[in-house]
Design a protein around this ligand. Structure first.
Ligand code: SF4
Length: 300
């Protein structure tokens, strides 16, 4: 295996503890035949998040039709159509976990005519029926080629939070995400979600840093997000998941994450979660709460 840079002390994570809910969450999710991005993307926070009884569900299978250079999720040609019973199983699992805020993401499904939008809507509706008190956050793909129609479908089911990650700065976007994705399209999708929703949806986006961007470019991206009415932003350190993936360019120091937070605050985000281990769905319930109550920015 090629040498990878040693993690600095602030990137260390704890192993799962026996007395946390970690093992119960795993049993429930695997028993229900569900996927989580926590496992599929090898998220470093899995001990903490599962340990506190939360997880981020990944719908539409485990095979993504894109191959972003930073992402560990398996890419290829999906073999199965969406499972019509997945929304129900997911809602039942969320109810058993007593989640107050449910985050649902998916692989990209460019092979489906609606890019999976109908399955997102069915999942939100199943959650609203089974867990009426819970808030629902969707972290969607870009719905290549059917954007407007897909947004209408998803927002018709009224998720509380619409999230689409811009992932990286303008200069690196095509290199990291491939030719099908577009920085400008991501901004458009976020703005359009706000325009189409007939209720006060929160919009949210996230960036990973350490891919070769400068700090000024990060602020420029935050400025672009705010210009498109995005309410919540997350910023976290990139971790190279395998030798096949993009190399880490730098370890961003916690002080720089604090600086990003201050810049985001000044730009007027309702919530800025900025820290080495922050991920889009990291403590998503708190991110939403901070934005709704005006509690403001947070750094970890
Ligand atoms: S940060 Fe998100 S993806 Fe990572 S373990 Fe937590 S809930 Fe899962």
């Amino acid at each position: 295996m090629a040498d990878r840079p040693r993690r600095p002390p602030w990137m260390k994570v704890r192993a799962p503890s026996r007395d946390s809910q970690y093992f119960d969450v795993g049993k429930l999710i695997h028993g229900a035949g569900l996927h989580t991005v926590c496992e599929e993307a090898r998220c470093p926070n899995i001990s903490e998040c599962w340990g506190r009884g939360t997880a981020t569900f990944q719908i539409l299978g485990d095979t993504c039709t894109r191959a972003c250079r930073y992402c560990y999720v398996h890419s290829g040609r999906p073999e199965h159509p969406p499972d019509p019973l997945e929304p129900l199983r997911l809602a039942n699992a969320a109810a058993q976990m007593k989640l107050e805020h449910v985050v649902v993401t998916s692989v990209d499904r460019d092979d489906l005519p609606d890019r999976g939008a109908g399955h997102f809507a069915a999942t939100i509706r199943a959650l609203n029926r089974r867990c009426p008190e819970a808030g629902v956050e969707v972290l969607t793909p870009d719905f290549l080629g059917v954007e407007d129609e897909a947004l209408r479908t998803v927002l018709g089911a009224r998720p509380e939070v619409f999230n689409h990650n811009i992932e990286t700065v303008h200069r690196l976007h095509a290199r990291m995400r491939g030719a099908k994705a577009s920085y400008d399209k991501a901004l458009w999708l976020l703005r359009r979600a706000k325009e189409l929703a007939d209720y006060p949806v929160l919009t949210k986006s996230g960036l990973i840093v350490g891919l070769g961007e400068t700090n000024d470019e990060v602020v420029e991206t935050m400025r672009d997000l705010r210009a498109n009415a995005v309410d919540v932003v997350t910023i976290g350190q990139y971790l190279q998941p395998s030798d096949r993936h993009a190399k880490i360019d730098r370890w961003v120091h916690p002080d720089e994450f604090r600086w990003f937070r201050e810049q985001g605050e000044a730009l007027g985000f309702g919530s800025v979660f900025s820290g080495p281990l922050v991920r889009s769905s990291y403590r998503a319930d708190e991110q939403r709460h901070a934005a709704e109550t005006g509690r403001g920015a947070v750094a970890y």
